[in-house]
Design a protein around this ligand. Sequence first.
Ligand code: GDP
Length: 296
Amino acid sequence: MLDNLSDKLDILFKKLRGQGVMTEENIKEALREVRLVLLEADVNFKVVKDFVERIRERSVGGQVLQSLAPGQQVIKIVQEELVALMGGGEDNSLDLAAKPPVAIMMVGLQGAGKTTTCGKLARLLRSQRRRPLLVPADVYRPAAIEQLKTLGRQLSIETFDSQATQDPVDICRDAIRFASLNGFDTVILDTAGRHQIDEYLMGELVRIRDAVEPREILFVADAMTGQEAVNVASGFNEQLDLSGVILTKLDGDAKGGAALSIRAVTGKPVKFVGLGEKLDALEVFHPDRLVSRILG
Ligand code: GDP
């Protein structure tokens, strides 16, 4: 089976070359393949439409049509544009330079991997010589607080002693005070998720944000949920003005098109990717790697 875009385009252009001079029509056919690959990788159709139009504009220039390897030329343009769309070359690092303690607020739907990612991020930050405090602020899911405390114990990272009977806004505010008094420079807030966006949850998240003014509000998205992740990300971004995205479960079958779409639709950078259940499976996001994955 041919599922590699580069191979597909090579074969297509060879076939076309047999028919004589390359034309704009040929490019169109190649772009149809590009479009399909992106849709198969779960990129949002509106994003694909705009993207293919940009590729078309760059491809119909004389150079591509007359080159000896038009397929490779188109691929190169596609790669460059995809990396640009993913924010290639931009600074994706966390903004933690403010006076400590700085707060990182993690948000997202239930099951996306938020709690696990809090642990992973705390571990990563500790390796960068920061002193993180984990804060369980999900008082609705019965096991959530205990789950984060367990992760904290595994990592030997302190977890704030929240109780499910407390108001989440109070928990977060108290945790910042606790961090300040006890020398923690980074506070990671694990907020509640739901199966879908609801007003009550959003109201609570906005109140937490206003109370603690986090430097980072990171949306944790499950790469396996594809298109849905894009709509959810937009909803969270509208309410909270996210600072970035963490895409989890990229160790699975997902092609990762969701990352591209979330970035294109919200304009917010993907900062990290989750690559497994283990606590060391978090990496800084590299646009070029994701692009290779999408193109197959
Ligand atoms: P939350 O409800 O958003 O807090 O989600 P959890 O942190 O409880 O994670 C839900 C499930 O996803 C758990 O079984 C995690 O082990 C799993 N998980 C989280 N991140 C990843 C990842 O990057 N890869 C894989 N394969 N599983 C993950």
